[in-house]
Design a protein around this ligand. Sequence first.
Ligand code: KG4
Ligand code: ZN
Length: 341
Amino acid sequence: MTLILGIETSCDETAAAVVKDGRSILSNVVASQIEIHRRYGGVFPEVASRQHILSITPVVEQALQDAGVKWEDLDGVAVTYGPGLAGALLVGVNLAKAIAWANGLPFLGINHIEAHIYANWLVGEPPSSFPLLCLVVSGGHTSLILMKDHGEYKELGHTLDDAAGEAFDKVARLLGLEFPGGPAIEREAKQGNPRAFNFPRAWLKGTYNFSFSGLKTAVLREVQKYDKSASMKPGHRVPRHLPVADLAASFQEAVVDVLVGKTQQAAEAYQVKEVLLAGGVAANGLLRERMKKALNVPVRWPPPHLCTDNAAMVAAAGYFNLIRGEHSNWDLDVVPGLKLG
Ligand code: KG4
Ligand code: ZN
């Protein structure tokens, strides 16, 4: 039995978890800062770092207590070292080094994008054969990644501007919906007509790249028809009589169309065995439903609480790194712009 302590502080969740053999969650503690950042309409980096400092020790202690595990029972400490906010990442990385050093444990620096992918190993039967295609869609990243084996990645494409989740957050702000925007837009869209507005889809033919800034601007232009001064800035006034549900539904439809279309093309081109969805936007019900219908290989996704940032996924990725003998050095620094593949 191998027990890994996972730690995650790359953005606005302070999280710690204990995972057995890369698959069974013994504890999974997430202290969300969503309420704190809501007043800014997005994550405020300096506030995030300070909040991580306040929360991290009790969160780690809680994770050990919930799992019924002592320090000496652990076999490794895994922590996100990038991509993410530098000051936020530093809090987790420094604590993980201290815990690993003090207890003589392997120290495992984990790529946050890889961690999101490994959330798919935490439920049900794990994927049994490679290659796999991973669509990672979160507040900070949007990429299509070919996973040739454990630890072997090739990025096929990424967003040229906004991440999918970022577009959800910005459009939600424009429509006067709360942060985070994804769940709020999904809720509104249920009452709206997805064909009310024909928003642009950036297909960027011949590539697996994405772009959401044109779509975001198209929604802005539509809202400005109701009030010329409308903007995506926090605290702006939302025009009255705005058809919020129709705008939300049409926007969501455009994002999902492109994510599904590109994933389908890549799945066929690379003859993958399965498609894995990962990241906060993978919690979106329409995306899951459409993806399943469009693809002729199995599609899997983690439950919503494992799609958004958590430390169980970091511990799972840590386990698979550990069994390959991939430890990190003590001088590992945070890498805010870290890529995968
Ligand atoms: O993975 P995550 O927790 O953080 C990052 O690593 O970025 O993703 C957060 C993002 C936010 O932009 C949020 O609006 C989006 O995921 N999100 C959703 C949904 N739930 C969360 N987007 C669309 N539909 C959802 N149901
Ligand atoms: Zn994330």
